[in-house]
Design a protein around this ligand. Sequence first.
Ligand SMILES: *[C@@H]1O[C@H](CO)[C@@H](O)[C@H](O)[C@H]1NC(C)=O
Ligand SMILES: [Mn+2]
Length: 497
Amino acid sequence: FCGFGASPANFISGKRGEHEANSPKSRGRLPLACDGNENKDYENAIKFYSEALELNPSNAIYYSNRSLAYLRTECYGYALADATKALEVDKNYIKGYYRRATSNMALGKFKAALKDYETVVRVRPNDKDAKMKYQECNKIVKQKAFERAIASDETKKSVVDSLDIESMTIEDDYAGPKLEDGKVTVSFMTDMMEWFKEQKKLHRKCAYQILVQVKDVLSKLPSLVEITLKETDKLTICGDTHGQYYDLLNIFKLNGLPSDANPYLFNGDFVDRGSFSLEVILTLFGFKLLYPDNFHLLRGNHETDNMNQMYGFEGEVKAKYTAQMFQLFSEVFQWLPLAQCINTKVLVMHGGLFSEDGVTLDDIRKIDRNRQPPDSGPMCDLLWSDPQPQNGRSVSKRGVSCQFGPDVTESFLEKNKLDYIIRSHEVKAEGYEVTHSGKCITVFSAPNYCDQMGNKGAYIHLRGSDLKPEFHQFTAVPHPNVKPMAYANTLMQLGMM
Ligand SMILES: *[C@@H]1O[C@H](CO)[C@@H](O)[C@H](O)[C@H]1NC(C)=O
Ligand SMILES: [Mn+2]
């Protein structure tokens, strides 16, 4: 099952695993959000429904109810499978359509979701809730179609071309940090971090300056970044930060501010869920500008439009700035590199290895990454896959990419003459986990993930002298009273059946 350490449901055989998610507290509110502590309840629900289904595999309600438990623990692939199963057993079971729609929404498959909402509205024309969901979903589908239409248009322009940053004026009453001669400096960064800490907003001109400059820097990087640590160099590698700005500041407090002498690599999923995602990403982008060669950022599955639309970042940028600024973020995210290789021996990526054998570092170098990730293939796998303890590969509990076993890791490393991989993407109780005989390491840097998982955060020190991972753990610090998922899509916030 998808909580940490627990054992799997039985319907996809022998699977076990963890994932980046959690479950919500309040029933009927923020169903996919992270504001509760009833994980154990869902784990038990899944266990008992699985047992019930062994005794009676043709009960639509069992499937449907287990599907809800999977939804709440963010195992959307499993949730979708169960909802589908419920409908196979009883195609008139209305809740099954809701569940399938919600699973598809969570997976960013809006058209498929719309079909199910349509069915519900047809069968229950007087159901206001169903109608509202149908309309909300329809809106998203239309918007996506519109975006595709512009995207296929040759004349699609970058937001950068329509900005006139020079002529943006900074009002006299703005007392916050400003770039110095258009440049990010050490004192600007210190001031900005302090300013954010007090929950104040960076002037939009400064935010745009950072975005435009960082787009330029990132777009010049290869999809696979290769660096060399000298004997005495030490690199700090952090996993998911997910909008937990105050915990990010705590990392800098514990491990020192970034500098050319104190290099960092942040391994994706900077935004979404946590409600201080803008603060996190602007801080990280600022450091990228200040130390382009010694501050590294890789793309996570949450640096994408579909995820940002559902899990809060788009809403947060629109609330704090504008839709146009979100568009620019989206353009910048597309230029984040996908993997980083250290001293030709350690490969870092957000998700993990591949659905197919034989992928080489050169294949990663050749990925044309300036896009939203496709539904399958190497780019998708790098952002989305998870390790599994048993050999081989299996279907992902997330419903995207795959799970890969120790043998897959072993043969990949051998083919590419690597020692091990470091990835993130899954919450771990200790903040990190060493699997596949030490060849696959997970690091996660959002402690007490979504205010409720109770997990530690961790970062890794890698030294040029031996490339041995050295783990450092830390716990969560308090943050102002803005709950995770506060900016998430309303469809994710409304009660689901
Ligand atoms: C299924 O879940 C609903 C709540 O959504 C609950 O009322 C019902 O009792 C559950 N059914 C079974 C068989 O557990
Ligand atoms: Mn992730």
